[in-house]
Design a binder for this molecule. Structure first.
Ligand code: HEC
Ligand code: HEC
Length: 376
């Protein structure tokens, strides 16, 4: 894992992390908080359509979206949240936006194994997709925030992400040429901490991905999946037992499970929230819609490809005393691994926030596993 991590970092931060060497040694492989003097990466541009549909649920997604009564979805709130989401004004040194880590061109997730914040500071977890988080029962890999509203201001104040304060952001917004009028139109009042969070939450609630070929197949259009993908779906529901946790319309039970991914590392997941021994090593089941766009995988970004993910399950995860009862060696052969990956790719196409989403058959984001990742 640390090998992968460092390779990625070197690619992105060519000045290397000289300052972090001592710290990195002290923290073994974690490197948390390591920073680099390299110039900040360019900000992702807003390529979404001019207007976003507030009411539309793509096929296969089942409502209702989790929505607090005091934050009804309106176009004004969504459009304001959208502007804020792409605006580096939220970060202390004005270099990092929400979109920097939740990149629309990367399935609203990050390319980096663990998130990189201001001044190149390295965080401790992978930035997951924010697609379909409208259906979330809790937020973050350990579920420590209950709603998108409660979550929205956390990255602003996280010292390894935007390293700002909410008060400072509100001050900047009030002094801004455009924002005060937009807040008034959306909320009837000037910017404040609560409506900042509400607008970011409203925008994220319309970031939906559905209407994949898997949904069409399940609705009776049986020609929508090819033989390999159908075999993948069958394995998903039988020998693979993937459905046990990645269940329901959004392919997650919104629960916490121990698959052993980072067992032995400092990050023990859900037990940091509950202080319960049984939760040691448990992390939230992520949605798998759009998953082919969001490599690398898992809460620590330690798995590079979908093939390697399926091989991880095939071996029965990583053995540990808290391993979930549903995680066991699967005895899948090479074709079965390919079939499950083909199914996950079919699930990653469909109707996204920017329109139809199709994976190119050749230059797919999920590259074939390197030798050693996948065994015959
Ligand atoms: C420096 C990178 C970074 C920035 C900037 C950032 N995030 Fe994140 N985001 C992360 C990481 C890492 C996680 C997972 C953290 C964890 O689970 O402890 C995350 C998790 C989330 C989640 C939870 C997703 C889930 O499935 O539970 C949401 C929602 C979210 N971010 C929204 C935002 C918003 C809104 C902003 C801007 C205000 C933002 N993020 C800025 C890195 C970032
Ligand atoms: C016991 C519950 C459980 C089962 C069974 C299960 N998963 Fe998972 N899955 C999880 C959890 C929890 C995570 C996140 C683990 C982590 O990051 O520590 C995850 C992560 C993933 C990811 C990475 C997604 C991302 O965005 O990083 C993929 C892909 C995935 N699972 C596919 C599968 C497939 C394919 C199967 C069947 C072979 C399967 N899962 C079976 C619970 C489960």
């Amino acid at each position: 894992m640390s090998g992968l991590l460092h390779t990625r970092l070197r690619g992105l931060w060519p000045c290397h992390a000289r300052a972090g060497v001592v710290l990195a040694l002290a923290l073994a492989s974690s490197g948390i908080g390591k920073s680099s003097a390299a110039r900040p990466p360019p900000l992702p541009r807003d390529m979404l359509p001019a207007s976003l549909d507030v009411d539309k649920l793509p096929r296969g997604l089942d409502g209702p979206r989790a929505m607090p009564p005091d934050n009804p979805l309106t176009s004004a709130r969504v459009e304001l949240g959208r502007k804020l989401f792409f605006d580096p004004l939220l970060s202390r040194d004005r270099t990092v936006a929400c979109a920097s880590c939740h990149d629309p061109s990367h399935g609203f997730a990050s390319r980096d194994p663990v998130a990189i914040g201001i001044e190149g500071k390295q965080g401790r977890r992978n930035a997951p997709t924010i697609l379909n988080r409208a259906f979330a029962a809790s937020l973050f890999w350990d579920g420590r925030q209950p709603t998108l509203e409660a979550q929205a201001t956390k990255p602003i104040e996280d010292p390894l992400e935007m390293a700002n304060t909410v008060e400072e952001v509100v001050r900047r917004l009030r002094a801004h040429a455009d924002y005060p009028a937009k807040f008034r139109a959306a909320f009837g009042e000037p910017p404040n901490a609560a409506n900042l969070a509400k607008s970011l939450a409203a925008f994220q609630r319309v970031l939906l991905l559905g209407a994949s070929r898997v949904d069409a197949f399940r609705a009776g259009e049986v020609t929508q999946l090819n033989e390999l993908e159908k075999h993948g779906l069958w394995l998903w529901e039988s020998k693979g037992a993937c459905w046990k946790c990645h269940s329901g319309p959004n392919f997650t039970d919104e629960q916490f499970h121990n698959t052993g991914v980072s067992w032995g590392s400092a990050d023990t997941g859900r037990d940091g929230v509950t202080r319960a021994d049984a939760d040691r090593g448990r992390f939230k089941t992520p949605t798998l819609r759009g998953v082919a766009w969001t490599a690398p995988y898992m809460h620590d970004g330690s798995v590079a490809t979908l093939e390697a993910v399926v091989e991880f399950y095939n071996k029965g995860g990583r053995a540990n005393p808290n391993l979930d009862a549903s995680i066991k060696p699967l005895d899948l052969d090479a074709r079965e691994v390919r079939a499950l990956v083909a199914f996950l790719r079919a699930l990653s196409e469909g109707e996204g926030p920017a329109g139809p989403l199709n994976l190119p058959p050749q230059s797919a984001p999920a590259q074939p596993a390197k030798s050693g990742d996948a065994k015959k």
